[in-house]
Design a protein around this ligand. Structure first.
Ligand code: NAD
Ligand code: WQD
Length: 336
């Protein structure tokens, strides 16, 4: 299939691109490199021994995205491009709505113009908000607690309306907590500045870039008092996209699907697994709770199995060993 991948140079996009090329799909990447490096794409070429075109551009730019789509004539689009920092979204909410919502609108208009009917979209478990029950299934009430999460929810609703116009398919994937890296250690997560997320922070402590991890709260009502999340290996997430794109090609309408393992791990369990993977201690201290954090959440991942025939196969140990391989082989990310 010919697949346009927006945000394909990013963390999840680059791993998915690699899987799509390995499955013999043809790809075009559109990325403005606002949060990624073109080097990730070079490394995907090198790992797959496959070439693909890259268009540097912004998904919000209707004329440019239309021209790309017109020339490439994709049969499906996987839409990763967007902004993803929860904290930043509370400071510059309009920027988030512009990239995430207006970017999607421009993309859908450009797709409509050439009759491209299939899209897979990166949504997030953050749309659920405070859990009324666990595991979250796809029918759980939606109550995102910040502009980032609301931008994802708005796009989900837009996609449902778009897909209802006939002969179209939107697969909305709600990711839980993607971590880890490709087994080669050549591509991985490369956050700019101080990492917001747990595993990149732990990785940078282990490699000596940061002194210690701050564990945000150890007085939650969880098994060891620290926050529990459903961490999912980025390579499992990538294979879920390959399955979703095939599903989209054979179905009409919108489907919302959780992508997680169904298993929660606490902050201290992640630290322990990482220490084992890296073979060294990860110093940490207990800090106050982080505003807006939820104590515990994890996925009901049964719909993904039922509809896509997909389920996660990697363990927390695999996630930590691959994250460590990437971090130790590339202590400064793609910068070197
Ligand atoms: P990322 O920042 O690594 O990748 C996003 C890519 O999109 C980057 O390459 C960036 O340069 C590009 N981009 C951003 N705005 C753009 C624009 N307007 N036009 C063109 N390119 C643009 O992030 P990621 O972790 O790979 O996330 C991919 C998607 O998955 C995002 O939509 C994110 O919201 C969603 N998501 C991520 C997580 C997570 O924890 N990483 C969890 C749930 C959902
Ligand atoms: C995990 C756990 C923290 C950092 C975020 C977004 C969510 C989604 C995934 C995009 C929590 C604890 C963290 C640290 C810590 N992204 N922690 N010290 O908050 O579950 O989800 O990323 O859609 O929308 O909110 O992930 O990795 O930040 O935190 O103790 O330095 O680790 O309190 O319990 P989170 P995270």
């Amino acid at each position: 299939m010919r697949i346009l991948i927006t945000g394909g140079a990013g963390y999840i996009g680059s791993h998915t691109l690699l899987d799509l090329l390995s499955a013999d799909h043809e790809a075009l990447v559109v990325d403005n490199f606002s949060n990624s490096s073109p080097k990730a794409l070079d490394r995907v070429r090198e790992l797959t021994n496959r070439n693909f075109d890259v268009a540097e551009g912004d998904v919000r730019d209707l004329s440019s995205i239309s021209a790309r789509i017109e020339a490439f004539k994709p049969e499906a689009v996987i839409h990763f491009a967007g902004l993803k920092s929860v904290g930043e979204s509370t400071e510059i909410p309009l920027h988030y709505y512009d990239h995430n919502v207006n970017g999607t609108l421009a993309l859908l208009r450009a797709m409509d113009a050439v009759g491209c009917r299939n899209i897979v979209f990166s949504s997030s478990a953050t749309v659920y908000g405070d859990p009324e029950y666990l595991p979250y299934d796809e029918h759980h009430r939606l109550a995102p607690a910040n502009p980032y999460g609301r931008s994802k929810l708005f796009v989900e609703e837009i996609l449902k309306d778009w897909a209802a116009t006939g002969g179209k398919s939107a697969v909305i994937l709600r990711y839980f907590n993607p971590v880890g890296a490709h087994v080669s250690g050549r591509i991985g997560e490369d956050p700019w500045g101080v990492p917001n997320n747990l595993v990149p922070f732990v990785s940078q402590v282990a490699v000596g870039r940061r002194e210690k991890l701050h564990v945000f709260g150890n007085d939650y009502d969880t098994r060891d008092g620290t926050g529990v999340r459903d961490y999912i290996h980025v390579c499992d997430l990538a294979s879920a996209h390959v399955a979703a794109v095939s599903f989209a090609a054979n179905h009409n309408g919108a489907e919302v699907i959780n992508v997680g393992t169904g298993i929660g791990a606490s902050v201290l369990e992640v630290v322990k697994a990482f220490e084992t993977a890296a073979g060294k201690p990860v110093p940490y201290g207990i800090a106050p709770r982080r505003a807006g954090d939820i104590a515990e959440y994890y996925a009901d991942a049964s719909k993904a199995k039922r509809l896509l025939g997909w389920s996660a196969k990697y363990t927390l140990a695999d996630m930590c060993s691959s994250a460590w391989k990437w971090q130790s082989m590339n202590p400064n990310g793609y910068e070197d």
